[in-house]
Write a protein that binds this ligand. Structure first.
Ligand SMILES: C[S@@+](CC[C@H](N)C(=O)[O-])C[C@H]1O[C@@H](n2cnc3c(N)ncnc32)[C@H](O)[C@@H]1O
Length: 246
C-alpha cells in the first residue's frame, strides 16, 4: 500500500495535530477567504479535508462547505468536530483523483501539503483536472504546498521535534531528479519504537503553474504566506491561486 493510504490514521492526529496550532489555522482560514475573495454563502470544496481543520471554520463563517478525504479515521474525527461546533459540512469519503462533482463550487481549496502524493505525475495532474471540472466557470482554486526553491536550500540533517508528549526523530531526504522529498519519523511509545514515512512531489512555482495550466485552469498569482506576503525563493510555502476560465 502507498504511504498516503495508511499514514492518515490516529498517528496523524497525534503527530500533526499539535503542529497545526489554533492560531495558525485561524490565520490560514482568514487568508483563504481573503485570497479567494469569497462572496457570503459561497460554496467551497475542501479537497483532502482531513479532520475538518479548515472546512469547519469556513462553515462557521457561513460558507457552504463540502469536504472530501480518503481517510475514514480523519473523516470520523471531522464529523465529530463538526457536530461539536454545530455546523453542517457535507463530508465525502473518496480519492482526490476522482472528484465526482461538475461545475458545483465557487472555490476549491487544497491546504497544508495535500498534493503531489502520487508517484506518477499523470495522477497528480488528474487531481487538478478534477478540480477544474468541479469548479463553476470563474470559480477559484487555492493550493498550499511547500516551495521547492526553499526546500532544496534546507540542510538534510536529522532533527528532533516534540508533538504533544512525543519526541519524534526525523530523517529527511530529497531527490532532486524526481523532485520528491520525504522524511522518516521514529518515536518511542510504550517502550516500542514506532515509525512512519512519507514522500511527496515538491514543486517550484514554475512547475506548479505548468501543471495547473495543463489542467485547464488559469494561473492568477502566488503568495508566500497567509498574510499577503509576496512569493519568492525564500518563501517556505507556495500558495497558488488559479481560476477556471469563464
Ligand atoms: C497533510 S493532510 C492535510 C489535511 C487538511 N487539508 C488540513 O489542512 O488539515 C493530507 C490529507 O490528504 C488526505 N489524503 C491522502 N491521500 C488522499 C487521496 N488519495 N484522496 C483524498 N484524500 C487523501 C489525507 O487523508 C489527509 O487528510
Amino acid at each position: 500500500m502507498a504511504w498516503w493510504e495508511t499514514l492518515f490514521d490516529d498517528r496523524y492526529l497525534r503527530l500533526w495535530g499539535p503542529l497545526a496550532s489554533p492560531e495558525a489555522t485561524e490565520q490560514q482560514v482568514e487568508g483563504i477567504i481573503a485570497y479567494l475573495r469569497l462572496e457570503p454563502g459561497a460554496s467551497i470544496l475542501d479537497l483532502a479535508c482531513g479532520y475538518g481543520r479548515i472546512a469547519i471554520p469556513l462553515a462557521q463563517r457561513g460558507f457552504r462547505v463540502t469536504g472530501l478525504d480518503l481517510s475514514e479515521t480523519l473523516l470520523g474525527q471531522a464529523r465529530a468536530n463538526g457536530a461539536q461546533a454545530g455546523v453542517r459540512v457535507e463530508w465525502h469519503q473518496g480519492d482526490m483523483r476522482e472528484v465526482p462533482w461538475v461545475e458545483a463550487f465557487d472555490a476549491v481549496v487544497n491546504i497544508f501539503s495535500s498534493f503531489g502524493y502520487f508517484a506518477d505525475e499523470e495522477e497528480n495532474l488528474r487531481v487538478l483536472e478534477g478540480v477544474a471540472r468541479a469548479l463553476k466557470p470563474g470559480g477559484r482554486f487555492l493550493i498550499d504546498v511547500i516551495n521547492r526553491d526553499w526546500r532544496v536550500r534546507q540542510p538534510l540533517q536529522r532533527y528532533w521535534f516534540e508533538a504533544g508528549d512525543l519526541l519524534v526523530l526525523s530523517d529527511p531526504w530529497l531527490d532532486p531528479v524526481e523532485g520528491r522529498a520525504g522524511e522518516t519519523w521514529r518515536w518511542l511509545e510504550g517502550g516500542q519504537w514506532q515509525s512512519l514515512e512519507f514522500d511527496v512531489r515538491i514543486y517550484t512555482a514554475t512547475e506548479l503553474k505548468a501543471l495547473i495550466e495543463a489542467a485547464g485552469l488559469r494561473w492568477v498569482t502566488a503568495y508566500g504566506g497567509w498574510a499577503g506576503e509576496d512569493f519568492g525563493p525564500q518563501s517556505r510555502r507556495l500558495i497558488a491561486l488559479a481560476e477556471k476560465p469563464k
